[in-house]
Write a protein that binds this ligand. Structure first.
Ligand SMILES: [Zn+2]
Length: 126
């Protein structure tokens, strides 16, 4: 799978900085999960209950936030957080390849570079 930096940044911020979400953004996040779960269950009654009880289907603010779909919503929230909460967010990138790591304190990259460890001198890149 090809690396998509913008998508990785959204995933990273979404996964590691949920404590910075607003009340509405938390409701929308819960609604996304409940609606996804409801669409995945085979029991129509259970699906209806999940959507009604946990999916915020009657919440106009939630529905408006999800008008363009969950991915678009998450992208907008990440853009907001990266500008409004820039001082609180540190994106951990590999010094070798520049990719976003899996976690803020990750010590190893997908390219197998150990972050924070200098490369041994005179060792050629393989
Ligand atoms: Zn790397």
């Amino acid at each position: 799978m090809q690396y998509n930096d913008a998508a990785e940044v959204v995933w990273y911020v979404w996964k590691h900085y949920q404590h910075l979400l607003s009340g509405l953004e938390i409701r929308v996040d819960k609604a996304i999960l409940a609606r996804e779960k409801a669409s995945a269950v085979n029991n129509p009654n259970l699906a209806k209950r999940l959507e009604k009880d946990l999916g915020f289907v009657l919440d106009e603010e939630v529905n408006k936030a999800l008008a363009d779909g969950p991915e678009s919503f998450r992208r907008r929230v990440c853009q907001r957080l990266l500008s409004a909460e820039a001082a609180s967010i540190a994106i951990n990138r590999c010094p070798q390849c520049g990719r976003v790591t899996r976690a803020p304190r990750a010590k190893q990259c997908f390219c197998s570079v150990v972050i924070g460890m200098p490369r041994p001198p005179n060792k050629p890149l393989s």
